[in-house]
Design a protein around this ligand. Structure first.
Ligand code: SAM
Ligand code: SF4
Ligand code: SF4
Length: 368
């Protein structure tokens, strides 16, 4: 029996019947109902992971009996490439590979090579990047770089081994992740960003050590407010450490030059250190939601499109890929899904009571 988050809605069939939906003439490509363009595609390559982060895949839920996506339901690289090509033709310029743990997916560098060869309608290369827990990065960094990847994000919640193990739910040595980051630096990945989810009373004391370690190295730490994604991580507001509090704490030790900017459609508000030794970012989805600028579409490993992290079931596009739908049809499906989108969950969380779906898909399925 599949878990609720794995149910499929054969909605592509309905979408495929839609008349051609309008494209904005402004150069913004396809717009959703709130006039947000489609710019980013996050592709989850697997729902499996070798970590059990408490805020994402808590051990008590993701134990031996947990039903992961069966292999035969996972999209092939060829299917992912076809769908991505259609998304790029509609305006996507940034692609992020994620999971689960994307480096567990065999031959990932082959897919990276396929995706870095894609070009926008203006002939520009697309930006292909990856979010990883870093445990396999030392082994994989070289082949990813050779396949054309230049940027990378590594999740790292603590430098202290005890806190790292608590947060990651894994026996991995934190030095394996730090080695992976060093390997990526040596190979010229730039920028390298660090994602640190901060939980009240668990790893908040790791924030200053993380800043200290990466200041002046070109690596950019970003602190993420613990989010209520999924329905298994026992999220409570009191476990969230607001970014404003972290900014004050960091500033007391390392003065900041700017008041923080969030350029374009970035998820993170970035501050510069006053002494010119780099930047630090904050992703504040709980206290400073950024739905108004959200241009991200998510593709799950089994071929469902989610227009919001807080969606329930998504829209099946795998069936279309499997019956060899051509690019115009894939574009029509994507345009239909995006044009119907009005999600703004994080903005309505407080004012309108938040969740509209009976259940939320898990972060390990959606990929963050
Ligand atoms: N396994 C990879 C990793 O951890 O980098 C990629 C997938 S992970 C789901 C993507 C990002 O989502 C990670 O940076 C992780 O820290 C973040 N994340 C997961 N659950 C979260 C939550 N409840 N709140 C905020 N961020 C979360
Ligand atoms: Fe795995 Fe990433 Fe989720 Fe941690 S955050 S359990 S590393 S998918
Ligand atoms: Fe985008 Fe949904 Fe997150 Fe808002 S809550 S920023 S719409 S993914």
């Amino acid at each position: 029996m599949l878990s609720p988050a794995h149910r499929l809605i054969p909605i592509y069939a309905a979408v495929a019947e839609l008349p051609s939906l309008p494209r904005a003439a402004s150069g913004d490509g396809t717009l959703d109902k709130l006039a947000r363009p489609l710019r980013d595609l996050r592709i989850s390559l697997t729902d499996r992971c070798n970590f059990r982060c408490t805020y994402c895949m808590p051990k008590e839920v993701f134990g031996t009996g947990y039903q992961y996506l069966p292999h035969e339901r996972i999209l092939s690289f060829e299917e992912i490439e076809r769908l991505t090509r259609a998304a790029v033709s509609l305006g996507v310029t940034k692609i992020r590979l994620t999971g689960g743990e994307p480096l567990l997916r065999k031959g990932i560098e082959v897919l990276v090579g396929q995706l870095t060869r894609l070009r926008t309608p203006d002939g520009d290369p697309v930006d292909v990047t990856l979010t990883t827990n870093g445990s396999l990065l030392r082994q994989k960094a070289k082949s990813l770089r050779e396949a054309g990847m230049t940027r990378i994000t590594v999740s790292l919640d603590a430098l202290d081994q005890r806190v790292f193990s608590t947060m990651s739910g894994s026996a991995t040595d934190v030095t394996a992740v730090l080695d992976g980051i060093d390997a990526a630096r040596d190979l010229g990945f730039s920028p390298i960003k660090i994602n640190t989810v901060v939980r009240r009373g668990v790893n908040e004391d790791e924030v200053i050590p993380i800043v200290r370690r990466f200041r002046g190295t070109g690596v950019i730490p970003r602190f993420i407010e613990f989010m209520d994604v999924g329905s298994t991580n026992h999220w409570e507001l009191r476990d969230v450490v607001p970014s404003s509090e972290l900014v004050r704490r960091i500033e007391m030790v390392y003065p900041l030059a700017s008041s923080g900017t969030r350029p374009g459609r970035a998820t993170s508000r970035t501050y510069d250190f006053a002494d010119g030794s780099g930047h630090v970012g904050f992703i504040s989805s709980v206290t400073e939601p950024f739905c108004a600028d959200c241009s991200r579409l998510r593709l799950t490993a089994d071929g469902r499109l989610f227009t919001c992290l807080f969606g329930a079931d998504g829209f099946d596009v795998r069936s279309a890929l499997q019956r060899d739908a051509d690019q115009p049809e894939l574009e029509r499906i994507l345009r239909g899904v995006w044009s119907g989108r009005s999600d703004r969950y994080s903005e309505s969380r407080g004012s309108e009571g938040g969740a509209t779906a009976a259940h939320h898909a898990e972060m390990s399925l959606l990929g963050g």
